[in-house]
Design a protein around this ligand. Structure first.
Ligand SMILES: Nc1ncnc2c1ncn2[C@@H]1O[C@H](COP(=O)(O)OP(=O)(O)OP(=O)(O)O)[C@@H](O)[C@H]1O
Ligand SMILES: [Mg+2]
Length: 185
């Protein structure tokens, strides 16, 4: 900043070099910020899984007032564990983004519940939008990334959809597994 101000007017070459450095650092800062917030979602840290989902849905309701978003939360265990919470939250975010981008839905249902007998946490996202032929899906990174996250935790990821029949995705993760090495830092 000092170089930029001192060189303004008097030394155009130095000034433009200083401007380039500033722009580059701003860009790098933006990229790093984006990466960290993707790895560790801030809302999740601050609000927990349920609070973060409520927060996201509130945002979508404001942006799309014509779409009804409902959230149903069952009885959950007190400690879901960080990697499971991050994975479930990312699946919900990515799934909601897909709904908004591709579904043209009127009603979107998000459900999170826990089955104590099997110790499985289950998230589902359902919309009544235009659906898609399963075989015709051009895999982007979204569905692939969701599946990878859930399967890496020993869970199951399924989608069900047909043209004009909406889209449903289910992610189930067992909670009785110890956190693996490297997942906690
Ligand atoms: N809720 C939905 N309703 C209808 N079609 C959907 C829905 N979710 C996904 N799809 C279809 O599945 C395809 C793959 O989704 P995916 O998230 O993998 O990729 P994408 O959204 O196209 O791109 P990106 O890599 O940016 O996520 C989409 O292009 C879309 O055709
Ligand atoms: Mg997507």
């Amino acid at each position: 900043m000092g170089i930029r101000n001192a060189s303004a007017g008097a030394q155009p070459t130095l000034h433009s070099a200083a401007m380039n450095v500033i722009q580059l650092t701003d860009r790098v800062y933006g990229v790093v910020r984006g990466m960290t917030s993707r790895l560790r979602p801030v809302a999740l840290d601050e609000l927990g899984l349920v609070g973060a989902l409520e927060h996201d849905l509130m945002g979508w309701r404001q942006r799309l007032p014509a779409t009804r978003f409902t959230l149903a939360i069952g009885e959950l265990p007190p400690d879901i564990g960080e990697s499971v919470a991050i994975a479930m939250y990312r699946v919900a975010q990515e799934g909601l983004t897909n709904i908004v981008r591709h579904a043209e839905a009127r009603h979107v249902k998000v459900e999170l519940d826990f089955a104590p007998a099997s110790a499985v946490l289950h998230l589902s996202l359902q919309d009544d939008g235009r659906g898609v032929e399963l075989k015709a899906i051009q895999h982007g990174l979204g569905l692939l990334g969701m599946r990878e996250r859930i399967e890496a935790l020993g869970g199951m990821f399924c989608i069900e959809t047909q043209p004009a029949q909406g889209f449903r995705l289910d992610a189930s993760v067992p909670l009785d597994r110890p956190e693996r090495c490297g997942e906690r830092v």
